[in-house]
Design a protein around this ligand. Sequence first.
Ligand SMILES: Cc1cc2nc3c(=O)[nH]c(=O)nc-3n(C[C@H](O)[C@H](O)[C@H](O)COP(=O)(O)OP(=O)(O)OC[C@H]3O[C@@H](n4cnc5c(N)ncnc54)[C@H](O)[C@@H]3O)c2cc1C
Length: 197
Amino acid sequence: MTAYGILGDVPPTDPEGFLTFLKSLPSPEIYEAVTEGEPLDDAVSHRFPTSLRRRYERLEGFPAGLLIAGDAVCSFNPTYGQGMTVAALSALVLRAHIAGDGLPDPLSYFRDLARDAVDEAWQQALVNDLGFPGVEGPRTPEVLEVQDYIGQLLTVARENSEVMAAYARVISLTEPFRTLRAPQVRQALDLFPQVRA
Ligand SMILES: Cc1cc2nc3c(=O)[nH]c(=O)nc-3n(C[C@H](O)[C@H](O)[C@H](O)COP(=O)(O)OP(=O)(O)OC[C@H]3O[C@@H](n4cnc5c(N)ncnc54)[C@H](O)[C@@H]3O)c2cc1C
């Protein structure tokens, strides 16, 4: 059982405080499910200061024979569950670049890494983080539009398992975000009364 918070809204580790935190969530099901179970152990706390992306692809040069992947390029808020997938995607990019003869070109590797392994996950994390009023950063019209769209989508996903599945594929990084703009998803949103209202 993992509970998490952001910007100081942190779940306490004592049993009573932990349950009180769960009870404060908008959805009662989690609290109800947990109170039916027995804790196996004491709760432990893990703090994560910030997501961090290093833009190696913007450098003008990089030492030959050295490449960087995974968290060392971009480390994500663990609660978003993206880091291992991005590390695995990094490994695929790395494999492609070390397949040829001779040393790979680092900057070409970093450009592919940014595009094929990191961008999608980073954009999702960014849009999510900027949904918290206390997070600093520019809310561009594009960010606000995506936040609004995801808000509508999640409203519909509560009752439409296909929309939920499409959303789950995107947040697990098996499909890109653009698949959520597919006509069948948009149609499901348009048909939903709360979204239309
Ligand atoms: C609490 C927590 C929960 C997480 N939950 C999820 C999740 O649910 N889903 C998800 O996708 N991601 C999750 N992540 C993120 C995920 O663990 C990382 O993104 C992923 O492990 C990154 O892989 P990596 O190989 O780049 O780095 P790491 O897994 O950190 O591997 C780096 C390795 O290098 C070793 N090392 C460091 N320095 C040296 C040195 N000088 N010499 C030799 N070895 C060295 C370290 O010991 C380590 O074994 C979570 C992270 C945390 C902290």
